[in-house]
Design a protein around this ligand. Structure first.
Ligand code: C2E
Ligand code: MG
Ligand code: MG
Length: 672
């Protein structure tokens, strides 16, 4: 093993060097005293020059050591290098040289009492020096060996009984000292290692404490301040603005469709987007503004010293521009859209709580109206919130108090005018006496998580009504039920419909489920095609509602198990005036028929619309031309009278021929 790799050498730590260094004043003083004592003993046997040389060399060494000690460097923290060990060894050796000469030249020449004093001094030096140097093991060995070996050699050389005795006793003495040095060295190294371990633990604890303090205020992913720190800063900014009579603009920013990025590209990609958006926001704000990440995909900006809402609007436009640039993730481009809600103190709010809730409200309202834009808070939003809250309470009560009702709108075979069935539509009979259509209360019900309860009511009520008709021996034909996106995501609830149909011995093929784009596109709809196949395999029919408005592509027609396609009212409205609309409807009807899918035109209000659709080959019609949605009572009457007209073949709409409704040239143009 190399000298440097010996455990007692390589593990020498800064603590050993420091404690060795700390003893310098004591050892130097001892050296001065020893030098004087020995000089006294040499008096008479050594020349004056030799005595001066003796004193000079020893004093020089001791004084140099004291000087180094005085200059400091006594608190070493750096690791101990080979060079440092060599330096200490060199100094140790330097101190032994005059003593070697002393032994070799004068031992055995002086009077025995002086010799005894010299030997005693040397023994004391060997003991004290080597134990002190034991912190640096090789230095202690070198020191002890060079100090005592000449005594043994000189004793052997003189070979008197007295000198041999000294040589032997010195040898025994240094063997003993060597053992002590080794033990002391080992203990000292262990001690140093323990201190090192403690220091490391303390460092780690300090680091952990610093990290905790940092993360208590900072979001570790984006390194932006977190919600807690944001709250503190917002409080401070509001107090400052109130004192100075200045403004604070609060911008709450929400990434558009961030969940889709996470779902489609994975969470790592989501993280990249968040980090990049954070960087862009930091870049665009001024030094005295403040940006924080306050939630999953939510950021907040506190902007100061805007003199008017226009300043804030300009500032927000810069933010939208900065964020809305593509991010390259795994060689595909993601464009992070962002929606921003803004509230300004003192115009929109007078305190922190109001500022925050108003910015939040502006964000929510803005997002509902369309993403990728900013919205300032306005008082109307607050009254909307209050009325939404009131409606929520009313809706909850309505569920308990049975205030909902299903009405049934007839579906008519366009060619024959026969009643084919009904679409069940919900109505809310408000205690005020008003009948409320779903368009008015669905947004609040959706926002407040009430749709599952409403959907349950619809399904249960449809079953009740169908059983009531069955009990009267009446066949209502096909009944269509609108399925809400939240409803279709609950597979078990949907499968229960099949069981209930079976249990109530109803014909599943008379059961149409109307689904919209929201049921098959977006988060949580992955299993919907499989579920639709299951329902269809169990005899139910699937209808694509509001077709042409939302469905991203016609490919849904071939990818989904569909029986019926309902052309949205918007197309029917403009059927006669808009040629491109007519072309689209015609194409839908033809495409559906080529795929074996029937078509229903929604919202037929005029005979002309009816005629055009008849000419196009559209199968079924629904609209105010035939009937408005009817209560259970009127629907039952209609079924009964339809059954009679079927017998007498007096079918109201089949008799309306094209030529009676439109002059031939206009009809030709409309159906072209
Ligand atoms: P939808 O499924 O497309 O239903 C047709 C809507 O058009 C009904 O509005 C109906 O009253 C209306 N309508 C029918 N013919 C005409 C017409 O000739 N002219 C005009 N202007 N309107 C006509 P409603 O009942 O207000 O329902 C609106 C939407 O609310 C429905 O659109 C459907 O998406 C949803 N909805 C209605 N009832 C339910 C329900 O029980 N459950 C679920 N999940 N959604 C429902
Ligand atoms: Mg519908
Ligand atoms: Mg519809």
């Amino acid at each position: 093993m190399k000298f440097w790799e010996h455990p007692l050498v390589k593990n020498i730590g800064p603590e050993q060097i420091n404690s060795l260094f700390a003893t310098t004043p004591v050892t130097a003083t001892g050296r001065y005293i020893n030098t004087i004592i020995i000089a006294y003993c040499l008096y008479g046997i050594a020349t004056t020059a030799e005595i001066i040389a003796w004193i000079g060399i020893n004093f020089l060494g001791a004084t140099y050591a004291l000087y180094r000690w005085k200059c400091g460097n006594s608190n070493r923290t750096r690791p101990v290098t080979k060079h440092v060990i060599k330096q200490i060894m060199f100094i140790s050796v330097y101190f032994t040289i005059p003593w070697m000469f002393l032994t070799l030249l004068y031992l055995g020449n002086s009077a025995s009492q002086y010799e005894a004093i010299i030997l005693l001094t040397m023994a004391a030096m060997a003991a004290v020096g080597s134990i002190q140097l034991s912190r640096v093991y090789p230095a202690a060995i070198a020191y002890l060996t060079l100090l005592t070996l000449p005594v043994i050699l000189k004793g052997l050389y003189l070979s008197t009984e007295y000198s041999l005795l000294i040589a032997i006793s010195t040898a025994v003495y240094i063997s003993f000292l060597l053992m002590v040095i080794r033990q002391t060295s080992t203990l000292s190294i262990k001690h140093s290692q323990t201190i090192k371990a403690y220091k490391q633990q303390i460092n780690e604890l300090d680091q952990a404490k610093a990290d905790m303090q940092k993360y208590a205020m900072e979001d570790p992913l984006t390194e932006l301040p977190n919600r807690r720190e944001f709250q503190t800063r917002l409080d401070a900014a509001v107090s400052e603005a109130q004192r100075q009579g200045s403004s604070v603009s609060l911008l709450i920013c929400d990434l558009d469709h961030f969940k889709n990025i996470n779902d489609i590209s994975g969470h790592a990609a989501g993280d990249v987007v968040l980090i990049e958006v954070a960087k862009r926001l930091k870049k665009v704000v001024r030094d005295y503004d403040f940006v924080a990440r306050i939630g999953g995909d939510e950021f907040a900006i506190i902007a100061k010293h805007h003199t008017s809402p226009k300043d804030t609007a300009d500032f927000t436009n810069r933010i939208l521009d900065a964020v809305n640039d593509t991010i390259d993730i795994d060689s595909s481009n993601v464009r992070p859209g962002i929606s921003i809600g803004i509230s300004m103190l003192p115009y929109d709010a007078k305190n922190t709580t109001a500022l925050l809730s108003h910015a939040d409200l502006a964000l929510q309202r803005g997002k509902a109206a369309g993403r990728g834009q900013y919205n300032f808070f306005d008082q109307q939003m607050e009254s909307q919130l209050t009325s939404d809250q009131a409606m929520e309470t009313d809706l909850r009560l309505a569920l308990v108090e049975d205030e909902f009702e299903l009405v049934y709108q007839p579906k008519i075979a366009i060619r024959t005018g026969k009643l084919e069935g009904f679409e069940a539509l919900i109505r809310w009979n408000h205690p005020s006496g008003r009948t409320i259509a779903p368009g008015e209360f669905f947004p609040v019900a959706e926002d407040r998580g009430l749709m599952p309860y409403i959907s349950d009511f619809v399904i249960n009520q449809v079953f009740k009504d169908m059983l009531a008709w069955k009990a009267q021996g009446i066949d209502p034909g096909r009944i269509a039920v609108n399925i809400h996106p939240t409803q279709i995501k609950d597979k078990n609830r949907m499968k229960r419909i099949v069981r209930d149909i079976e249990r109530n011995r109803l014909d599943p093929s008379n059961f149409y489920l109307e689904i919209t784009e929201g049921c098959v596109i977006g988060r949580g709809t992955e299993d919907v095609p499989e579920l639709l196949t299951f329902l269809r395999n169990n005899g139910l029919r699937i209808s694509l509602d509001d077709f042409g408005t939302g469905f991203a592509s016609l490919s849904h027609l071939k990818d989904l198990p569909v029986d019926e396609l309902k052309i949205d009212r918007g197309f029917i409205n403009d059927l006669l005036n808009d040629a491109s609309n007519r072309a689209i409807v015609h194409a839908m009807v033809k495409l559906a028929s080529s795929l074996g899918i029937t078509t229903v035109a929604e919202g037929i209000e005029t005979q002309e619309q009816h005629t055009v659709l008849l000419a196009m080959g559209c199968t079924t019609g629904q609209g105010y031309l035939y009937n408005r949605p009817l209560s259970m009572y009127y629907a039952t009457n209609l079924i009964k009278s339809a059954a009679q007209t079927r017998d007498t073949k007096e079918i109201k709409y089949a008799n309306v021929t094209s030529s009676k409704i439109l002059p031939q040239d206009r009809l030709n143009r409309a159906t072209a």
